[in-house]
Write a new protein. Structure first.
Length: 147
């Protein structure tokens, strides 16, 4: 079976199945491997191409989140923020990667602010104090590594 992925698309493959990757043009991809004990959200179907950014709608005045996969060591979540919403400063319970999927936001981290746009990634250290403020509608994926 062969699948073609375009920018912003993802695919889930079963464990213990060989997967080959070739590029039609220059590409960068993220590969995340979860343990067998990982609980995967049933909205994601193995072997089907999907866009993380399309899993959640925007809701007026709200932040929406969906757990995609988790176990006792890792959590993978997608979130959508309506413009003007955000998360107040808090400490990360583990190291984390924020992958911007759509829109734009301001990330406050250890007293400094950074603008993040779709296609960019930001890392938090464990216990790093951070906030997220959506200046426009914003969607992100969060990979949180717990100890």
């Amino acid at each position: 079976m062969s699948k073609t992925l375009s920018e912003g698309e993802s695919i889930l493959t079963p464990i213990h199945r060989s997967v080959g990757v070739s590029a039609i043009k220059d590409s960068i991809y993220k590969e995340i491997e979860f343990r067998k004990e990982t609980i995967m959200n049933e909205v994601i179907k193995a072997g089907e191409v999907f866009k993380l950014a399309e899993l959640l709608p925007y809701q007026e005045g709200k932040i929406v989140n969906m757990d995609l996969a988790h176990n006792d060591k890792v959590k993978f979540v997608v979130m959508s923020f309506d413009a003007g919403t955000g998360l107040s400063e808090h400490a990360a319970p583990g190291e984390a990667l924020v992958m911007a999927l759509d829109g734009e936001a301001v990330i406050g981290y250890d007293g400094q602010e950074q603008v993040i746009h779709a296609g960019e990634t930001f890392k938090f250290d464990k216990f790093g104090k951070h906030s997220v403020s959506a200046t426009k509608q914003f969607k992100m994926a969060l990979l949180l590594v717990l100890e």
